[in-house]
Design a protein around this ligand. Structure first.
Ligand code: CP
Length: 303
């Protein structure tokens, strides 16, 4: 694997191997021995993804080249391509990129010799979020086959829905959507349930934020949204005792989820964030090993 732009690049057995690697990394401390630089180029706001990449890189012993789009030469008109080439030229060994364009990777993938990780591409894909969501589900159920996952919320504007729905189906999960009319995506071929049907049948309820910044017009009243489409306390009581709640966050508290449910017993929302560190470590390690930038240890080769 040269870069990590999409979960589709990983075969099913590779996904499971990455999840196992992430679990191992969570349980033990490991770091690279030679000096390696990682540059995190975020052109859209981020708290979790950016910070967990920084923690992942530092835990692996990498030096982190920090970058702030607002104070960079992109403000003078420099392109993404020239910015990425600059980091390669000054010695970055890895680029992590979040950008508002859906297919920003197309102009970079054959032009750079260093690996690139997609940390969010417009409305198209968020593969490392998908991998950490998979790890969270796997920790709970130890499999994906037959697990009923409902992805509920702003499907139309969500890169998380896109990455997760296809990958979960590929791994054998039953995937459904639940959404208000303006949030449905007719290009994605998954059955829709009402939120009331969803809470009663799901093993995993993956809530999504209403992405106000990507809506052309405001058609959602926050209070109405919770009552009509969100996870209220009344709906949560109808969930199966072992069903769990996921949300990639940031959360619109009181909109897609009642604020008291964010940290309820069945919520794994902060666990997802913790898992993000280890899945990102595992992806970084896999890329650097496959590029020969670092080498597998003898113990890893035996597995
Ligand atoms: N889930 C997620 O991508 O969060 P951030 O936008 O804070 O990185």
């Amino acid at each position: 694997m040269r870069h990590f732009f999409s979960v589709n690049q990983l075969k099913e057995d590779e996904i499971i191997r990455v999840l196992h690697q992430a679990e191992q990394l969570r349980l033990q401390q490991q770091s690279f021995t030679k000096q390696l630089f990682a540059a995190n180029l975020f052109f859209e706001p981020s708290t979790r993804t950016k910070m967990s990449f920084i923690v992942a890189e530092r835990k692996l012993g990498m030096d982190v080249l920090d970058f702030h789009a607002d104070y960079s030469s992109t403000q003078k008109g420099e392109s993404l391509y020239d910015t990425a080439k600059t980091f390669e030229a000054i010695g970055a060994n890895l680029l992590v990129i979040r950008h508002q364009a859906d297919y920003w990777m197309n102009e970079l993938k054959n032009q750079l010799s260093i690996p690139i990780i997609n940390a969010g591409a417009g409305k198209a894909e968020h593969p490392t979020q998908c991998m950490l969501d998979l790890l969270t589900i796997y920790q709970e159920f130890q499999q994906f086959h037959g697990i009923k996952v409902v992805i509920a919320g702003d499907i139309l504007h969500s890169r998380v829905a896109n990455s997760n729905a296809h990958t979960l189906r590929r791994l054998g999960a039953e995937v459904y959507f639940a959404a208000a009319d303006g949030c449905k995506d007719n290009n994605l071929d998954f059955p829709y349930l009402s939120i009331d049907e969803a809470v009663e049948c799901c093993d995993v309820l993956m809530l999504l934020r209403i992405q106000h910044e990507r809506h052309r017009e405001i058609f959602i009243n926050n209070k109405d949204y919770l009552r009509k489409y969100g996870l209220t306390k009344e709906r949560e009581r109808k969930m199966h005792p072992k069903a769990i709640i996921l949300h990639p966050a940031p959360i619109n508290r009181g909109v897609e989820i009642d604020t008291e449910l964010v940290e309820c017993e069945r919520s794994r929302i902060f666990k997802q964030m913790n898992n993000g560190v280890y899945t990102r470590m595992a992806i970084i390690k896999k890329l650097l090993q496959e590029r020969g930038i670092i080498h597998e240890t003898i113990a890893e080769k035996r597995k």
